[in-house]
Design a protein around this ligand. Structure first.
Ligand code: ATP
Ligand code: MG
Length: 384
């Protein structure tokens, strides 16, 4: 018996033109991810069928599907030429792995088929019980469901497991964002959240070599690689921040270090985004999590850019963020103990509620434009 993988997509309520746009992107994304695995691809109403793959590749295909944004769920299914005989065979094949209670759930799109859906379910239920008398039918809350989908055109799909996909929207359907990626727990998760909403990502990382190590940078590259799997790749821009940090350290009050750094980071992120087609900046900030994430600090850093700054984690508790970091497998890398540029020259008592006036006064001692230009001249790009 042949097998196919049925892929269902999300946000079915998408209408008209939008829908074909989203579908086109999703199909492209699936095909791009499966390009190294021999298979065929076809459309079936609001679903896609992946067929003619080697059974040994099935797990690999599932792993890929698990990381494609916009997929609601998928199932591996038998596909047979429609006949009661063939359907019974497929149903029995699945029933041998069932224990406890079950029901058959039939959908009959092919109205020419000799039995209606209730009759097919009853017939197949009988076949299962004849062969596996220990099983019990429970139509209200069964432990197992075997689905029979009789399609127009002479094929029937028979499957029992529905795996959940990521949900969200297909990559590149919601514009392009510049993720400010530190080596911490939060920013990779923030990037993933926006990728899930269909945003294509670039990323920027600021390092303060030699105050920060090569290992710290490699850690960030590893994180970028992980997030890149959810959005068809990331271009990571690595910016040397050392001179800016030194200039702030030498010229400005110590307690404003982080506030001033953030303003530089934001400006540079915006310039890079503009240069590479980005429409928004993304950060991993969460309100009140640390001193630099008060509403006053956010106001101060926000005020230097025009682009929208997206903060998908703003209302998240740390534990909820960690749960997602584990799910996307970035947590264990994020907690590696390498210093971030924010921890170099860290003030003992950072300003928790910096007043914008005070910040502007301190910043006036710096040649902001020249520092930004110099930093931009150090940009290296790593592609994932
Ligand atoms: P994270 O876990 O993402 O590091 P955090 O809780 O440590 O966040 P901060 O260090 O205050 O918070 O950073 C807030 C946000 O600023 C980060 O989520 C990230 O988006 C950005 N950011 C901080 N440091 C850097 C850096 N070195 N390079 C790029 N972005 C950074
Ligand atoms: Mg951090």
């Amino acid at each position: 018996m042949n097998k196919v993988i049925i892929v269902r997509y999300c946000e079915i309520h998408l209408k008209g033109k939008n829908r074909s746009y989203f579908e086109r992107l999703l199909i492209e994304n699936i095909e791009r991810n499966l390009k190294d695995i021999p298979h065929t691809f076809s459309k079936l109403n609001a679903r896609y069928l992946i067929g003619d793959y080697d059974q040994a590749d099935a797990e690999r295909i599932f792993d890929k599907l698990n990381k494609i944004c916009g997929i609601h769920s998928y199932s591996e299914s038998f596909v047979v030429d429609t006949s009661l005989e063939n359907i019974s065979q497929a149903v029995l094949s699945l029933a041998k792995d069932v224990s406890g209670t079950f029901k058959i759930d039939t959908n009959r799109a092919d109205k020419t088929f000799c039995l209606n859906s209730v009759e097919v379910s009853r017939e197949m239920g009988g076949v299962v019980l004849d062969n596996y008398p220990n099983l019990k039918v429970d139509v209200v809350s069964p432990e197992n469901v075997i689905y029979v989908d009789i399609r127009e055109g002479g094929k029937t799909l028979v499957f029992s497991k529905i795996f959940h996909g990521l949900g969200g929207l297909p990559t590149s359907s919601s514009g392009r964002g510049m993720l400010m990626l530190s080596g911490g727990i939060d920013s990779p998760v923030a990037g993933y959240m926006m990728a899930k909403r269909g945003m294509k990502l670039d990323a920027v990382h600021f390092h303060s070599y030699p105050y920060t190590s090569v290992a710290a940078r490699e850690k960030v590259e590893e994180l970028a690689g992980r997030v890149a799997e959810y959005c068809n790749g990331i271009d990571l821009y690595i910016v040397r921040f050392t001179e800016i940090q030194e200039a702030i350290h030498e010229n400005c009050p110590e307690e404003l270090m982080i506030t001033l750094m953030r303003r530089f980071m934001m400006r540079i992120a915006e310039r890079l985004a503009l240069k590479h087609g980005g429409q928004a900046i993304i950060t991993g900030e969460s309100l009140g999590q640390v001193a630099s994430q008060t509403i006053e600090s956010i106001t101060s850093s926000n005020s230097v850019v025009k682009m929208p700054v997206l903060r998908p984690l703003i209302a998240f508790d740390k534990l909820d963020i960690i749960e997602i970091a584990n799910k996307i497998d970035t947590f264990n890398t994020s907690i590696l103990p390498y210093e971030d540029c924010c921890t170099v020259f860290l003030p003992k008592f950072p300003a928790i509620k910096p007043r914008l006036e005070t910040v502007l006064k301190a910043e006036a001692r710096l040649n902001v434009e020249e520092l930004i230009e110099n930093a931009l001249n150090t940009v290296e790009v790593v592609r994932f």
